[in-house]
Design a protein around this ligand. Structure first.
Ligand code: 4NP
Length: 165
């Protein structure tokens, strides 16, 4: 364990509302893209929700199925609520939408270490600042989440690679 922690150089937390659709998707997509880039050992990756309603639950079955069809496995993930300590533990906390960002700003401690930003600052669709919540919609919403999250996570991998160089 110590050896693994010794080589971690960067940490990122993805945050949405429930931590069962968008942020676990981002966690799994970023984990795979970072591994493909040879950075798996150097980045600590996690996700959380601003509400604790789904605490301990696996990802939404629709999100998991859509992700798996593109080669991203959400199977081992379990929901948790974001906590104040996350602002000390992580270098970067990325909100899926502007509501999530506002909720995070409300609980951010004054001495927070983490930089707080929107995931789509790193790529995606210039027409939208947030990843739309797919929970109450149809299948297309989950495909759109994957499109936006994959594009942004590709940009994030490049950004982290430059940071760690
Ligand atoms: P997520 O989606 O924030 O992308 O995980 C949602 C999950 C659950 C709820 C809303 C959005 N909910 O109202 O329970």
């Amino acid at each position: 364990m110590a050896a693994e922690e010794d080589c971690v150089k960067f940490s990122v937390l993805f945050v949405c509302l429930g931590n069962i659709c968008r942020s676990p998707t981002a966690e799994a997509v970023f984990r795979k893209l970072a591994a493909d880039a040879g950075l798996a050992e150097r980045i600590h990756i996690d996700s959380a929700g601003t509400i604790g309603f789904h605490h301990g639950a696996p990802p939404d079955g629709r999100a998991a199925a859509a992700a798996l069809a593109r080669g991203f496995d959400l199977g081992s993930l379990r929901a948790r609520r974001v906590v104040a300590e996350d602002f000390a533990r992580f270098d970067l906390i990325l909100a899926m939408d502007e509501d999530n960002l506002a909720d995070l700003e409300r609980i951010r401690p004054d001495d927070a270490r983490a930089r707080l930003a929107l995931l789509l600052e790193y790529g995606g669709d210039s027409g939208t600042k947030g990843v739309p919540d797919p929970y109450y919609g149809g299948k297309n919403g989950f495909e759109q989440v994957l499109d936006l999250v994959t594009a942004a996570c590709a940009g994030l991998v490049e950004d982290v690679r430059r940071t760690l160089r």
